[in-house]
Design a protein around this ligand. Structure first.
Ligand code: AMP
Ligand code: MN
Ligand code: MN
Ligand code: MN
Length: 297
């Protein structure tokens, strides 16, 4: 990076007023846009610092970095790791890691393993309630054969007219207690955090408002996460209500965590919040991009 450019940039990041979008998905996981199309859309919406965070996968990172630079944006490497904690699925975002790190790559590959078998079982469950061919139907939407997800099933069930939109599919078929739901054991919290941290990245609790934890479970999550070396929490995300921005801004301060901002954008037709259009981070918080300034590319 040009030294003068670097200096000017670092002046900008000392503020929480930066259009950073550090959470979104491409066709490499369950998004519908390519890394290049996401970069162009982020740029058009005024994003200055971007990260692509595909589920359990970093296969899109090289393309995303090139596309970010082609659009004049700064970039942080990213991923979103699926974790099982207290019998629920929790997501841990990793930012600013070395994408060539072997332990991280192996860990992600292990986490992806088992998705195909799970998808077959989901399809069997759906067949029992009269929805046939869901596995093959979902596969039509899959961009990465190692990453078939519930989202791809949701798109197929909308296409085949079973439901009006993907949210209805999740509510009726793909969540606990419903016919297409298959319990799955993902990575442990400890492993996910350590894979990221030993690769020089920062581990961040994704959208904590989404898990439906009791206060005790949430306290345990934050405490254990910190114990394993986690340092950040998403405060302003497309998955939080404005009231949750306040709740988790308080949690960030209580647990002394850096704060992150990301849309969790998946698709122009399915996502509530577009890339780069979230409110600013509350000013009293320290943004993750300050702590990760040395990892920005
Ligand atoms: P999986 O990793 O296969 O369990 O799929 C999880 C993905 O499903 C999440 O990353 C979201 O993209 C999507 N998802 C989960 N819950 C919902 C919901 N209620 N409505 C729409 N999409 C959802
Ligand atoms: Mn997703
Ligand atoms: Mn998530
Ligand atoms: Mn996500």
């Amino acid at each position: 990076m040009h030294a003068q450019h670097c200096h000017a940039y670092n002046e900008g990041v000392t503020s929480s007023i930066l259009n950073a979008d550090l959470h979104c998905h491409s066709v490499v996981s369950d998004g519908t846009l390519t890394p290049e199309a996401l970069a162009a859309r982020a740029k058009a919406n005024g994003v200055e610092l971007w990260a692509l965070t595909d589920h359990d996968e970093i296969g899109g990172q090289d393309r995303a970095l090139v596309a970010a630079h082609a659009n004049g944006m700064k970039y942080l490497t990213g991923t979103e790791i699926s974790v099982t904690f207290a019998n629920k699925t929790v997501h841990i975002v990793g930012l600013g890691f070395d994408a060539d790190n072997e332990q991280l790559r192996t860990g992600l590959q292990r986490t992806r393993g088992g998705r195909s078998e799970r998808a077959q079982e989901m399809s069997d469950g759906l067949a029992k309630v009269g929805i046939h061919g869901a596995y093959e139907g979902a596969l039509k939407y899959v961009g990465n054969p190692e990453l078939i997800s519930r989202t791809h099933f949701a798109r197929y069930l909308v296409e085949s007219g079973v439901c009006q939109d993907t949210h209805e599919v999740f509510r009726r078929f793909l969540t606990e207690g419903h016919p297409g739901f298959v319990p799955h054991r993902w990575a442990t919290l400890k492993d996910a955090v350590q894979w990221i941290v030993q690769a020089q990245g920062m581990a961040i609790i994704a959208h904590p408002g989404r898990y439906g934890f009791t206060a005790n479970e949430e306290f345990a999550l934050f405490t254990e996460f910190k114990h394993h070396g986690g340092q950040g929490v998403e405060v302003v995300t497309g998955s939080h209500t404005p009231a949750e921005f306040v709740t988790y801004a308080d949690m960030a301060q209580e647990f002394d965590l850096f704060a992150s901002r990301g849309s969790d954008f998946h698709s122009p037709t399915e996502s509530r919040i577009d890339l780069g259009t979230l409110p600013w981070l509350p000013g009293q918080l320290t943004p993750v991009w300050e702590a990760l300034a040395h990892r920005i590319q």
